[in-house]
Design a protein around this ligand. Structure first.
Ligand SMILES: [Ca+2]
Length: 438
Protein backbone atom coordinates (compact mmCIF):
# COMPACT_ATOMS: atom_id res chain seq x y z
CA UNK A 1 0.00 0.00 0.00
CA UNK A 2 2.83 2.49 0.64
CA UNK A 3 3.61 2.31 -3.03
CA UNK A 4 0.02 3.21 -3.92
CA UNK A 5 0.02 6.08 -1.43
CA UNK A 6 3.21 7.37 -2.93
CA UNK A 7 1.64 7.23 -6.34
CA UNK A 8 -1.42 9.12 -5.24
CA UNK A 9 0.69 11.98 -3.99
CA UNK A 10 2.78 11.96 -7.11
CA UNK A 11 2.69 15.45 -8.68
CA UNK A 12 2.21 13.92 -12.11
CA UNK A 13 -0.82 11.95 -10.84
CA UNK A 14 -2.31 15.14 -9.41
CA UNK A 15 -1.75 16.95 -12.68
CA UNK A 16 -3.59 14.26 -14.60
CA UNK A 17 -6.51 14.18 -12.15
CA UNK A 18 -6.89 17.93 -11.98
CA UNK A 19 -6.43 18.27 -15.73
CA UNK A 20 -9.11 15.67 -16.31
CA UNK A 21 -11.54 17.48 -14.04
CA UNK A 22 -11.00 20.75 -15.89
CA UNK A 23 -11.36 19.10 -19.29
CA UNK A 24 -14.45 17.25 -18.10
CA UNK A 25 -16.01 20.51 -16.89
CA UNK A 26 -15.34 22.23 -20.20
CA UNK A 27 -16.78 19.24 -22.04
CA UNK A 28 -19.92 19.14 -19.92
CA UNK A 29 -20.62 22.81 -19.38
CA UNK A 30 -18.54 24.45 -22.05
CA UNK A 31 -19.74 27.78 -23.44
CA UNK A 32 -21.74 27.80 -26.64
CA UNK A 33 -22.74 24.16 -26.43
CA UNK A 34 -26.42 23.89 -27.20
CA UNK A 35 -26.65 20.20 -28.14
CA UNK A 36 -26.15 17.21 -25.95
CA UNK A 37 -22.82 15.61 -26.35
CA UNK A 38 -23.16 12.35 -28.25
CA UNK A 39 -22.31 9.32 -26.24
CA UNK A 40 -19.52 7.16 -27.51
CA UNK A 41 -20.77 4.32 -29.72
CA UNK A 42 -21.38 1.14 -27.83
CA UNK A 43 -19.34 -1.76 -29.11
CA UNK A 44 -21.04 -5.13 -28.75
CA UNK A 45 -19.20 -7.63 -26.64
CA UNK A 46 -17.77 -10.30 -28.88
CA UNK A 47 -19.47 -13.65 -28.28
CA UNK A 48 -16.83 -16.24 -27.65
CA UNK A 49 -17.95 -19.66 -28.85
CA UNK A 50 -15.61 -22.25 -27.53
CA UNK A 51 -14.94 -25.34 -29.57
CA UNK A 52 -15.18 -28.64 -27.83
CA UNK A 53 -14.87 -32.35 -28.14
CA UNK A 54 -15.68 -35.13 -25.69
CA UNK A 55 -13.70 -37.82 -23.97
CA UNK A 56 -14.85 -40.88 -22.07
CA UNK A 57 -14.14 -40.43 -18.40
CA UNK A 58 -14.90 -42.02 -15.05
CA UNK A 59 -16.39 -45.33 -14.10
CA UNK A 60 -17.86 -47.65 -16.71
CA UNK A 61 -21.04 -49.55 -15.95
CA UNK A 62 -22.55 -52.65 -17.57
CA UNK A 63 -26.09 -51.73 -18.66
CA UNK A 64 -27.01 -55.12 -20.13
CA UNK A 65 -25.21 -58.43 -20.61
CA UNK A 66 -25.73 -61.84 -22.17
CA UNK A 67 -26.84 -60.35 -25.49
CA UNK A 68 -26.02 -61.94 -28.83
CA UNK A 69 -24.61 -59.57 -31.42
CA UNK A 70 -26.67 -56.51 -30.48
CA UNK A 71 -26.68 -54.00 -33.32
CA UNK A 72 -28.45 -50.80 -32.42
CA UNK A 73 -29.70 -48.86 -29.39
CA UNK A 74 -32.42 -46.24 -29.66
CA UNK A 75 -33.84 -44.22 -26.78
CA UNK A 76 -37.52 -43.74 -26.04
CA UNK A 77 -38.98 -40.46 -24.74
CA UNK A 78 -39.35 -41.93 -21.24
CA UNK A 79 -35.62 -42.68 -21.00
CA UNK A 80 -35.92 -46.41 -21.62
CA UNK A 81 -34.07 -47.91 -24.57
CA UNK A 82 -34.67 -50.45 -27.30
CA UNK A 83 -31.85 -52.73 -28.44
CA UNK A 84 -32.01 -55.34 -31.18
CA UNK A 85 -30.07 -58.56 -31.72
CA UNK A 86 -28.79 -59.21 -35.22
CA UNK A 87 -29.28 -62.97 -35.39
CA UNK A 88 -32.27 -63.63 -33.12
CA UNK A 89 -34.35 -60.78 -34.50
CA UNK A 90 -35.37 -59.83 -30.97
CA UNK A 91 -36.11 -56.24 -30.08
CA UNK A 92 -35.50 -55.76 -26.38
CA UNK A 93 -36.49 -53.06 -23.92
CA UNK A 94 -33.88 -51.89 -21.40
CA UNK A 95 -35.79 -50.25 -18.53
CA UNK A 96 -34.42 -47.49 -16.34
CA UNK A 97 -33.69 -50.04 -13.61
CA UNK A 98 -31.81 -52.06 -16.25
CA UNK A 99 -34.25 -54.91 -16.69
CA UNK A 100 -34.22 -56.41 -20.19
CA UNK A 101 -37.49 -57.67 -21.69
CA UNK A 102 -38.49 -58.60 -25.22
CA UNK A 103 -40.97 -56.30 -26.94
CA UNK A 104 -40.74 -57.45 -30.53
CA UNK A 105 -39.40 -59.92 -33.04
CA UNK A 106 -38.69 -59.31 -36.71
CA UNK A 107 -38.53 -62.90 -38.05
CA UNK A 108 -35.08 -62.38 -39.40
CA UNK A 109 -34.00 -65.49 -41.30
CA UNK A 110 -30.57 -65.14 -42.79
CA UNK A 111 -29.76 -68.60 -44.18
CA UNK A 112 -26.10 -67.93 -44.08
CA UNK A 113 -23.19 -70.35 -44.32
CA UNK A 114 -20.36 -68.13 -43.20
CA UNK A 115 -19.43 -64.57 -42.38
CA UNK A 116 -23.04 -63.71 -41.68
CA UNK A 117 -23.49 -59.97 -41.54
CA UNK A 118 -27.19 -59.75 -42.27
CA UNK A 119 -30.08 -59.99 -39.84
CA UNK A 120 -31.95 -57.47 -37.76
CA UNK A 121 -29.66 -54.48 -38.06
CA UNK A 122 -30.43 -50.75 -37.84
CA UNK A 123 -33.32 -49.14 -35.99
CA UNK A 124 -34.59 -45.57 -35.90
CA UNK A 125 -37.46 -43.82 -34.12
CA UNK A 126 -39.53 -40.94 -35.43
CA UNK A 127 -42.61 -39.12 -34.22
CA UNK A 128 -44.46 -38.98 -37.50
CA UNK A 129 -47.90 -40.27 -36.54
CA UNK A 130 -50.91 -38.30 -35.40
CA UNK A 131 -50.59 -36.96 -31.84
CA UNK A 132 -46.82 -37.31 -32.07
CA UNK A 133 -47.03 -41.05 -31.63
CA UNK A 134 -43.87 -42.92 -32.48
CA UNK A 135 -42.88 -45.19 -35.34
CA UNK A 136 -40.02 -47.65 -35.26
CA UNK A 137 -38.05 -48.37 -38.45
CA UNK A 138 -36.09 -51.62 -38.62
CA UNK A 139 -33.59 -52.97 -41.16
CA UNK A 140 -34.16 -56.66 -41.80
CA UNK A 141 -32.42 -59.32 -43.89
CA UNK A 142 -34.71 -62.06 -45.16
CA UNK A 143 -33.84 -65.20 -47.12
CA UNK A 144 -34.28 -63.19 -50.35
CA UNK A 145 -33.46 -59.57 -49.75
CA UNK A 146 -32.87 -56.69 -47.37
CA UNK A 147 -35.85 -54.58 -46.46
CA UNK A 148 -36.96 -51.68 -44.31
CA UNK A 149 -39.86 -52.29 -41.93
CA UNK A 150 -42.00 -49.74 -40.15
CA UNK A 151 -44.01 -50.40 -36.99
CA UNK A 152 -46.28 -48.36 -34.82
CA UNK A 153 -44.54 -48.05 -31.48
CA UNK A 154 -47.15 -47.92 -28.76
CA UNK A 155 -46.95 -47.44 -25.02
CA UNK A 156 -49.39 -47.85 -22.17
CA UNK A 157 -49.85 -46.23 -18.78
CA UNK A 158 -47.62 -48.85 -17.15
CA UNK A 159 -44.70 -47.71 -19.30
CA UNK A 160 -44.43 -50.84 -21.40
CA UNK A 161 -43.95 -50.63 -25.16
CA UNK A 162 -45.18 -52.77 -28.03
CA UNK A 163 -44.89 -52.96 -31.81
CA UNK A 164 -47.92 -53.06 -34.06
CA UNK A 165 -49.04 -52.64 -37.68
CA UNK A 166 -45.91 -53.88 -39.46
CA UNK A 167 -45.43 -52.40 -42.94
CA UNK A 168 -42.68 -53.07 -45.47
CA UNK A 169 -41.43 -49.69 -46.72
CA UNK A 170 -38.85 -51.06 -49.15
CA UNK A 171 -38.07 -54.60 -50.21
CA UNK A 172 -35.80 -56.04 -52.85
CA UNK A 173 -32.57 -54.46 -51.63
CA UNK A 174 -30.03 -56.93 -52.96
CA UNK A 175 -28.41 -59.46 -50.66
CA UNK A 176 -25.71 -61.90 -51.66
CA UNK A 177 -26.17 -65.64 -52.20
CA UNK A 178 -24.85 -68.06 -49.64
CA UNK A 179 -23.35 -65.40 -47.47
CA UNK A 180 -24.98 -62.22 -46.33
CA UNK A 181 -21.99 -59.91 -46.43
CA UNK A 182 -21.91 -56.17 -47.03
CA UNK A 183 -25.47 -55.30 -46.15
CA UNK A 184 -24.61 -52.00 -44.51
CA UNK A 185 -27.76 -51.76 -42.42
CA UNK A 186 -27.66 -48.51 -40.45
CA UNK A 187 -30.85 -46.44 -40.25
CA UNK A 188 -31.05 -42.83 -39.11
CA UNK A 189 -33.48 -39.94 -39.08
CA UNK A 190 -31.56 -37.02 -40.58
CA UNK A 191 -31.82 -33.34 -39.64
CA UNK A 192 -34.16 -33.07 -42.64
CA UNK A 193 -36.59 -35.53 -40.99
CA UNK A 194 -36.00 -38.10 -43.72
CA UNK A 195 -35.12 -41.75 -43.18
CA UNK A 196 -31.58 -42.52 -44.27
CA UNK A 197 -30.30 -46.03 -44.97
CA UNK A 198 -26.67 -47.05 -45.35
CA UNK A 199 -26.01 -50.06 -47.53
CA UNK A 200 -23.13 -52.17 -48.78
CA UNK A 201 -22.55 -53.73 -52.18
CA UNK A 202 -24.20 -57.00 -51.00
CA UNK A 203 -21.06 -58.82 -52.10
CA UNK A 204 -21.58 -57.80 -55.74
CA UNK A 205 -18.98 -55.07 -56.01
CA UNK A 206 -19.59 -52.76 -58.97
CA UNK A 207 -22.66 -54.68 -60.13
CA UNK A 208 -24.54 -52.85 -57.44
CA UNK A 209 -22.30 -50.10 -56.15
CA UNK A 210 -21.67 -48.50 -59.57
CA UNK A 211 -25.21 -48.86 -60.90
CA UNK A 212 -27.58 -46.05 -59.93
CA UNK A 213 -30.52 -48.31 -60.76
CA UNK A 214 -29.56 -50.80 -58.04
CA UNK A 215 -30.26 -50.07 -54.40
CA UNK A 216 -27.29 -51.87 -52.83
CA UNK A 217 -23.94 -50.08 -52.72
CA UNK A 218 -25.71 -46.81 -51.87
CA UNK A 219 -26.96 -44.39 -49.30
CA UNK A 220 -30.74 -44.21 -49.56
CA UNK A 221 -32.96 -41.30 -48.49
CA UNK A 222 -36.71 -41.57 -48.16
CA UNK A 223 -39.76 -39.92 -46.69
CA UNK A 224 -41.00 -41.47 -43.47
CA UNK A 225 -44.04 -42.89 -45.31
CA UNK A 226 -41.72 -44.79 -47.67
CA UNK A 227 -42.09 -42.49 -50.67
CA UNK A 228 -39.23 -40.88 -52.61
CA UNK A 229 -38.40 -37.27 -51.67
CA UNK A 230 -38.77 -34.79 -54.54
CA UNK A 231 -35.26 -33.45 -54.04
CA UNK A 232 -33.35 -36.71 -54.29
CA UNK A 233 -30.59 -36.72 -56.95
CA UNK A 234 -32.55 -38.86 -59.42
CA UNK A 235 -36.28 -38.73 -60.01
CA UNK A 236 -38.24 -41.55 -58.36
CA UNK A 237 -35.09 -43.08 -56.87
CA UNK A 238 -34.21 -43.53 -53.21
CA UNK A 239 -30.50 -43.48 -54.08
CA UNK A 240 -28.63 -40.48 -52.64
CA UNK A 241 -25.01 -41.55 -53.23
CA UNK A 242 -23.18 -44.52 -54.80
CA UNK A 243 -19.86 -46.33 -54.85
CA UNK A 244 -20.01 -47.84 -51.36
CA UNK A 245 -18.61 -51.19 -50.31
CA UNK A 246 -20.13 -51.48 -46.83
CA UNK A 247 -21.29 -48.47 -44.85
CA UNK A 248 -22.54 -49.06 -41.30
CA UNK A 249 -22.21 -45.60 -39.78
CA UNK A 250 -24.03 -42.30 -40.45
CA UNK A 251 -23.98 -39.10 -38.42
CA UNK A 252 -24.60 -35.37 -38.92
CA UNK A 253 -22.43 -32.73 -37.27
CA UNK A 254 -23.48 -29.27 -36.03
CA UNK A 255 -22.65 -27.78 -39.44
CA UNK A 256 -25.21 -30.12 -41.01
CA UNK A 257 -22.56 -32.20 -42.74
CA UNK A 258 -23.19 -35.92 -43.06
CA UNK A 259 -20.36 -38.30 -42.21
CA UNK A 260 -20.22 -42.03 -42.93
CA UNK A 261 -17.85 -44.85 -42.10
CA UNK A 262 -16.94 -47.36 -44.78
CA UNK A 263 -15.39 -50.83 -44.45
CA UNK A 264 -12.67 -51.19 -47.06
CA UNK A 265 -11.51 -54.49 -48.51
CA UNK A 266 -8.01 -55.11 -47.21
CA UNK A 267 -6.18 -51.85 -47.36
CA UNK A 268 -8.21 -48.74 -46.52
CA UNK A 269 -11.24 -48.06 -44.38
CA UNK A 270 -12.77 -44.65 -44.87
CA UNK A 271 -14.55 -41.73 -43.26
CA UNK A 272 -16.57 -40.00 -45.97
CA UNK A 273 -18.27 -36.65 -46.20
CA UNK A 274 -21.51 -37.75 -47.80
CA UNK A 275 -22.93 -35.40 -50.42
CA UNK A 276 -25.87 -35.54 -52.76
CA UNK A 277 -25.39 -37.50 -55.96
CA UNK A 278 -21.73 -38.33 -55.46
CA UNK A 279 -19.90 -41.55 -56.21
CA UNK A 280 -17.45 -42.74 -53.56
CA UNK A 281 -15.48 -44.98 -55.85
CA UNK A 282 -15.89 -48.60 -54.83
CA UNK A 283 -14.77 -50.93 -56.42
CA UNK A 284 -12.72 -48.74 -58.74
CA UNK A 285 -11.17 -46.90 -55.84
CA UNK A 286 -10.45 -47.55 -52.18
CA UNK A 287 -9.14 -44.92 -49.80
CA UNK A 288 -7.13 -42.33 -51.72
CA UNK A 289 -6.14 -44.84 -54.39
CA UNK A 290 -7.57 -46.11 -57.63
CA UNK A 291 -7.14 -49.60 -58.99
CA UNK A 292 -5.40 -49.65 -62.34
CA UNK A 293 -6.90 -51.64 -65.24
CA UNK A 294 -10.28 -51.77 -63.58
CA UNK A 295 -13.18 -51.95 -66.03
CA UNK A 296 -15.81 -49.35 -65.26
CA UNK A 297 -18.71 -50.75 -67.26
CA UNK A 298 -21.63 -51.35 -64.94
CA UNK A 299 -22.30 -55.03 -64.54
CA UNK A 300 -18.77 -56.08 -65.33
CA UNK A 301 -16.60 -55.19 -62.40
CA UNK A 302 -16.68 -58.68 -60.91
CA UNK A 303 -17.88 -59.93 -57.60
CA UNK A 304 -16.71 -61.65 -54.48
CA UNK A 305 -20.13 -63.19 -54.05
CA UNK A 306 -20.10 -66.96 -54.24
CA UNK A 307 -23.54 -66.97 -55.78
CA UNK A 308 -26.06 -69.78 -55.90
CA UNK A 309 -27.02 -72.39 -58.51
CA UNK A 310 -29.77 -70.21 -59.93
CA UNK A 311 -27.94 -66.98 -59.34
CA UNK A 312 -24.29 -67.54 -60.23
CA UNK A 313 -21.82 -64.90 -59.24
CA UNK A 314 -19.87 -63.07 -61.94
CA UNK A 315 -16.20 -63.96 -62.18
CA UNK A 316 -13.91 -61.53 -60.40
CA UNK A 317 -12.01 -59.28 -62.78
CA UNK A 318 -10.38 -56.82 -60.43
CA UNK A 319 -6.86 -57.32 -59.10
CA UNK A 320 -6.85 -57.40 -55.34
CA UNK A 321 -5.25 -54.59 -53.37
CA UNK A 322 -2.61 -53.43 -52.95
CA UNK A 323 -1.18 -54.37 -56.35
CA UNK A 324 -1.34 -51.93 -59.19
CA UNK A 325 -2.86 -48.82 -57.72
CA UNK A 326 -2.44 -45.13 -58.41
CA UNK A 327 -3.45 -41.97 -56.57
CA UNK A 328 -7.15 -41.28 -56.93
CA UNK A 329 -7.41 -38.26 -59.21
CA UNK A 330 -10.60 -38.89 -61.09
CA UNK A 331 -13.43 -36.38 -61.11
CA UNK A 332 -16.01 -39.14 -61.21
CA UNK A 333 -15.15 -40.23 -57.71
CA UNK A 334 -15.12 -38.50 -54.35
CA UNK A 335 -12.22 -39.50 -52.11
CA UNK A 336 -12.65 -40.01 -48.37
CA UNK A 337 -11.71 -37.33 -45.84
CA UNK A 338 -9.85 -39.82 -43.68
CA UNK A 339 -8.59 -43.30 -44.47
CA UNK A 340 -6.83 -45.85 -42.28
CA UNK A 341 -5.89 -49.51 -42.44
CA UNK A 342 -8.57 -52.03 -41.37
CA UNK A 343 -5.95 -53.80 -39.26
CA UNK A 344 -5.84 -50.61 -37.15
CA UNK A 345 -9.59 -50.25 -36.94
CA UNK A 346 -12.65 -51.44 -38.84
CA UNK A 347 -15.39 -49.10 -37.77
CA UNK A 348 -19.12 -49.71 -37.77
CA UNK A 349 -21.38 -47.15 -36.10
CA UNK A 350 -20.66 -43.46 -35.81
CA UNK A 351 -22.35 -40.76 -33.75
CA UNK A 352 -21.93 -37.03 -33.25
CA UNK A 353 -21.87 -35.47 -29.79
CA UNK A 354 -20.71 -32.03 -28.61
CA UNK A 355 -18.15 -31.35 -31.31
CA UNK A 356 -16.99 -34.93 -31.83
CA UNK A 357 -17.61 -37.77 -34.22
CA UNK A 358 -17.32 -41.01 -32.27
CA UNK A 359 -16.71 -44.13 -34.26
CA UNK A 360 -16.97 -47.63 -32.76
CA UNK A 361 -14.65 -50.15 -34.30
CA UNK A 362 -15.02 -53.93 -34.54
CA UNK A 363 -11.52 -54.91 -35.55
CA UNK A 364 -9.16 -52.89 -33.41
CA UNK A 365 -11.74 -52.82 -30.61
CA UNK A 366 -11.57 -49.10 -30.01
CA UNK A 367 -13.54 -45.90 -29.98
CA UNK A 368 -12.23 -43.17 -32.21
CA UNK A 369 -13.06 -39.62 -31.17
CA UNK A 370 -12.62 -37.26 -34.12
CA UNK A 371 -13.05 -33.54 -33.29
CA UNK A 372 -15.01 -31.52 -35.84
CA UNK A 373 -12.94 -28.32 -35.79
CA UNK A 374 -14.81 -26.42 -38.51
CA UNK A 375 -17.13 -26.75 -41.47
CA UNK A 376 -15.96 -29.94 -43.20
CA UNK A 377 -12.77 -29.86 -41.12
CA UNK A 378 -11.66 -32.60 -38.78
CA UNK A 379 -9.01 -32.62 -36.08
CA UNK A 380 -6.67 -35.36 -35.01
CA UNK A 381 -8.50 -38.57 -34.03
CA UNK A 382 -7.92 -39.92 -30.52
CA UNK A 383 -8.46 -43.53 -29.56
CA UNK A 384 -10.00 -44.94 -26.39
CA UNK A 385 -10.57 -48.39 -24.85
CA UNK A 386 -8.35 -50.19 -27.33
CA UNK A 387 -8.92 -53.88 -26.67
CA UNK A 388 -10.69 -53.33 -23.35
CA UNK A 389 -14.16 -54.51 -24.39
CA UNK A 390 -13.38 -56.39 -27.61
CA UNK A 391 -15.25 -55.65 -30.81
CA UNK A 392 -17.41 -52.52 -30.68
CA UNK A 393 -20.49 -52.08 -32.88
CA UNK A 394 -21.73 -48.64 -32.01
CA UNK A 395 -21.62 -45.86 -29.42
CA UNK A 396 -24.83 -43.91 -28.82
CA UNK A 397 -25.46 -40.86 -26.66
CA UNK A 398 -28.06 -41.43 -23.94
CA UNK A 399 -30.51 -38.76 -22.76
CA UNK A 400 -28.35 -38.16 -19.65
CA UNK A 401 -25.35 -37.25 -21.85
CA UNK A 402 -23.44 -40.44 -21.18
CA UNK A 403 -22.50 -42.88 -23.90
CA UNK A 404 -23.75 -46.42 -24.36
CA UNK A 405 -21.34 -48.71 -26.20
CA UNK A 406 -22.46 -51.97 -27.82
CA UNK A 407 -19.96 -54.85 -27.94
CA UNK A 408 -20.05 -57.36 -30.80
CA UNK A 409 -18.00 -60.30 -29.57
CA UNK A 410 -20.73 -62.82 -30.36
CA UNK A 411 -21.09 -61.85 -34.00
CA UNK A 412 -19.30 -64.95 -35.31
CA UNK A 413 -16.28 -63.05 -36.58
CA UNK A 414 -14.22 -63.98 -33.50
CA UNK A 415 -10.51 -63.77 -33.81
CA UNK A 416 -10.48 -61.14 -31.14
CA UNK A 417 -7.13 -61.70 -29.52
CA UNK A 418 -6.03 -58.74 -27.46
CA UNK A 419 -9.26 -58.12 -25.55
CA UNK A 420 -10.98 -61.46 -25.66
CA UNK A 421 -14.58 -62.25 -24.95
CA UNK A 422 -15.94 -61.43 -21.54
CA UNK A 423 -18.23 -63.99 -19.85
CA UNK A 424 -20.88 -61.27 -19.82
CA UNK A 425 -20.71 -60.68 -23.58
CA UNK A 426 -22.30 -59.24 -25.45
CA UNK A 427 -22.69 -56.16 -23.31
CA UNK A 428 -23.94 -52.63 -23.43
CA UNK A 429 -21.53 -50.49 -21.47
CA UNK A 430 -22.26 -47.03 -20.12
CA UNK A 431 -19.42 -44.52 -20.08
CA UNK A 432 -19.65 -40.92 -18.77
CA UNK A 433 -18.36 -38.24 -21.14
CA UNK A 434 -16.52 -35.07 -20.28
CA UNK A 435 -16.46 -32.07 -22.57
CA UNK A 436 -13.02 -30.69 -23.39
CA UNK A 437 -12.96 -27.01 -24.55
CA UNK A 438 -10.23 -25.50 -26.66
CA1 LIG B 1 -14.39 -44.80 -51.25
Amino acid sequence: MPENQERRTDPLFEFIVVGSLILGAIFAFGPGKSEATPLPEEKPNPVVVKKSYVEPTGKVQVIASGLRAPWEVVFLPDGQALVDERDSGSILLVSKDLKVTKVGFTNTAPPCEKFCEGGTLGMAIAADRADEKLSLFVFQTTSKDNRILKYDLNTDDAGSWSLAAKRVLIQGIERSGKSTTHNGGRLAIGPDDKLWVSLGDSGMRGVTSQNWKRLAGSILRMNLDGTVPDDNPKKNSFVWAKGLRDTQGMAWDNFGNMWTTEFGQDTWDELNLMEKGKNYGWPIAEGFFKFVETPLEPGNPGSNDQGTADNPAPKPTIPSMPSNVEMLNDSRFTPPVLAWHPSEAACSGITFVRGSLISACLRGGKLWVIPVIGDKQLGEPKEFFKGRFGRLRKATVAPDGSMWIITSNKDGRGGWSSGGENPQDDRIIRVPLKTVYY
